[in-house]
Structures are given as C-alpha cells and as structure tokens.
Ligand binder design. Structure first.
Ligand code: MG
Length: 250
C-alpha cells in the first residue's frame, strides 16, 4: 500500500492516479476519492521528532574525511519545523554559503517503540519514503551543535508517500540534481541496517507513531544552488522532487 497525506491533512491510499481517503494513515476508507495530480501532497508523517544517522555508508564516511567506521549509530535530531512537502520550493537561507543535498531512505514509525529488539523492530514501521537531509555544510563545521546546519525551516523534504511493503535493505537510492545522477547507493551496503538503528534508538528513546528516522546518505553529497531541482528516488517508493528557490534579484 502507498499511504499519502494531502490537502489540509487528509490521509489516503494511492492506487495509480486515484487517492482513496482514509481515516488516519492506513485506516478504513471514508468513501471519498481524489485525483492524485489535483491535490497538494503534504509530508506523509506528523512526527514529534526526527532522528537521523550521520555516518552509515562507507563511501560517505570517506568523502567526509573520516577513516574509522562508527561502532554504533551516530545520531542527531531534526525538529518538525524542518519538514517540507513534495514539490515545494526551498528558500536558500542567508546564513549559509554551502547548502548540501543528502538523499536518504526514511522510516516512519507506526507503533510505539520502547526497548524493542532488532528482530521485532521492522514490525513497528508504518512505511518507508524518500527524504533529503538538507545540510548547511559550512555552518555544520563551525557551530557548536548542528541545530542550524541540519534543522532550519524546510531542511527536511519528505515524501511523496509511504510504501508499506518494502524490504529496507534491498533498494537502490539515487539522487539527481537538474536531472544528473549524483548519488547511487544500495541499502544492503548500510553499516547499520534499519532494524538495528530502530532497536538502538528505542533502547533509550521512545519512538511514537509518526516519528521519522533517517538512515544515512551514500557517497556523492554536494552543493546546491538557487534554482536547482533535486530528486531523490527510492526503488519501490517513488520520487521526491523539490526545488531550491531561485535567487531573488536584489
Ligand atoms: Mg544525512
């Protein structure tokens, strides 16, 4: 099933070009239908927090200049203010001169998780989607913590919908900028698989329905410019597309 959120916050399931409205994500049908191309999609999650893994692909660890692999997942947070919708225009913030894309697979929690073992972790996932972990790379290097570098407004485009039937360790993840392939990674190459990440987080932090977990980016991160179009494609999910807003003539 593909779970979508649209309009003023209506949930639905996508079948081809048709959305069937539901009561809540994955809930019973309300009987109303919509055309996919006639609605405005929203991020398919209403998280209390977004937990992100910083280094989960060897190639990305190398390109960031680190030579040792992490022994356990290195986590940081984004806040819900960072969410942005599919097809949204993201303003290029004035505080950075080095805005980077990081295409990632995101898991959205469906059942409360507290001290859940790895073997049962994926049973608590509602679905998976595409995301862009936008990062102000210059500010990341100089600020004490990553709040501004990682969690500015609209630094977390998410969507276009949740795929419920997905093996999160068996998909290709690709990022395109202006149609050009920039990142290509397979989730089998994650250092920490999704189930281990979720179990690890739940060992000290309760995850509740709607919370979002980002699983790390493969190598090939790079710079965005005003006017760029970015696409994150995950096999079995679809394509998340956003634009960096063009520079305002000043
Ligand atoms: Mg990232």
């Amino acid at each position: 099933m593909r779970i979508v959120r649209f309009g003023r916050g209506t949930w639905g399931s996508v079948e081809g070009e048709v959305i069937r409205a539901t009561r809540g994500p994955g809930g019973p049908s309300t009987g109303r239908t919509y055309r996919l191309h006639e609605v405005r999609l929203l991020p398919p999650a209403r998280p209390t927090k977004i937990v992100c893994v910083g280094r989960n692909f060897r190639g990305h660890i190398r390109e960031m200049g680190h030579d040792s692999l992490p022994q356990e997942p290195g986590l940081f947070l984004k806040a819900p203010n960072a969410l942005a919708a599919p097809d949204e225009a993201i303003p290029y913030p004035a505080f950075t001169h080095l805005l980077h894309y990081e295409g990632e697979l995101a898991a959205v929690i469906g059942r409360t998780m507290r001290e859940v073992p790895e073997e049962a972790a994926l049973d608590h996932v509602l679905g998976y989607t595409c995301t862009l972990d936008l990062t102000a790379r210059d500010v990341q290097a100089k600020d004490l913590q990553w709040v501004r570098a990682k969690s500015a407004d609209k630094f977390l485009p998410l969507g276009p919908w949740l795929a419920t039937d997905l093996d999160p360790q068996d998909v290709w993840l690709r990022t395109y900028v202006n149609g050009e392939l920039r990142q290509e990674g397979h989730t089998a190459d994650m250092i920490f698989p999704v189930a281990r990440i979720l179990a690890y987080i739940s060992s000290f932090m309760t995850l509740v329905p709607g919370d979002v977990v980002l699983t790390g980016t493969p190598e090939g991160v790079g710079e965005l410019r005003p006017g760029d179009e970015v696409e994150v494609a995950v096999d079995g999910v679809g394509v998340l597309r956003v634009r960096i807003a063009p520079a305002v003539p000043g």
